[in-house]
Structures are given as structure tokens and as C-alpha cells.
Ligand binder design. Sequence first.
Ligand SMILES: [Fe+2]
Ligand SMILES: [Fe+2]
Length: 220
Amino acid sequence: MSEITLKEVRRDPRVKTYIEKANEQMNAIGYTEHGFRHAGIVAGVARGIPRQLGLSARESELAAIAGYLHDIGNVINRANHCETAALLAESILISMGMEPSEVAIVMGAIGNHEEDNGFPINAVTAAVIIADKSDVHFSRVQNPNPMMFDIHDRVNHAVQKSYLRVEPEEKIISLELTVETTSASMMEYFEIFLLRMVMCRRAADVLGCKFKLVINGVEL
Ligand SMILES: [Fe+2]
Ligand SMILES: [Fe+2]
């Protein structure tokens, strides 16, 4: 058994195909971008959080792997995609030779990433949750017609810049957003974000940090 890295996971032909197809299917049902861009960003941010907080390099790598695979279940159906993603990841990672004890951590992180039934059960899961919830950006909108935007499109479309800042000394994780308030009403923004932010706060708690949301320079 060898230590599987994100680099190897990214190269796996199943991973490539399933993420590509998952995004096509999200596009077909009018969802925001859930492809290589989202997978890559969540992996990168999820890797950075444990690393900046001084956790082990392996936890950081497992967070990156879970972050990359967290939405792969969308290739089957959006409904229950956390559970299906965890099972797909299990099959892929076991066949790549990952240690079952590590696969278990990745599965738990993936299976707990959504706000309806997810819980930050450990540091790796907490990192994936925060990384996933903080990927909000205008480039995720796939709907070409602004007249047909749904609430997720409008909210993503309004975010010009998003940055997750980790301050290890102060024990603060902040999501800093630059939001164009004309294209999404703040009410819609909060409608979507309230639950996500509650989840991020719980996740930050597991990491021993406080979570802050900063919009246009104002801390909420
Ligand atoms: Fe998801
Ligand atoms: Fe996601």
C-alpha cells in the first residue's frame, strides 16, 4: 500500500470522465459549474486549511483528495450525491491501493459535505466543508441567459471575488467576498448563505477557529 496523492487521483481515467460527465449533467439540469474548476478549487482550498493550521501533511492531502472527489456523485444524480460520491470514491481509491483507514476518512468527509445532513466529523471533513461552501463566484454560472437565472445563478453571478483567509495565530478563518449588490439582492444572498455559513461556523469550530464572513469589507 502506498500513499496515494491528489496528483495520482486527478490522473485516474475514471475520475476524469466522471467529473466531466457530472458537470455535463449539472449543466443539463441548470445547475452552476460542478466540474474540474470547482473540484480543483475545493481541493486546493481544502488542502490549504489544515496545512496553514499546522495539521499533518497527510491530513492536508486527504482533505485535497476528498475535496477533489466530493461532487463526483453528481454523475449519478444530484439527489444523494454525497453518499454516491463517497461510494464512488471508495471504489476508485481502493483500486488505486489506498489504505482502507484513509479511504474511510475521505468517505466521511465527502459524505458530510452538504448542509442538509452533513456534519464536520473531523478536521479533514471541516476543511472540505469550508472549501466547498466558499467557492462562490460569477464564473460558476453556466446559464447563458440572465433572464433565466435562478437564485444560485444570481448569487454566484454577483460575486466578483472570493478569498478564504486563514489566520493561524488569531485562529480565524474568513471568507472575504466582493459582491456586486445590484445583480443579486442581499436577501437572496442570505437565503442561500445562512445555512452554509452556519455549517462553516461549525466546521471552523472543529478546527479550533472562528469563522467570519466579510462582504465588501464589512464583517457580518
Ligand atoms: Fe455537493
Ligand atoms: Fe461542491
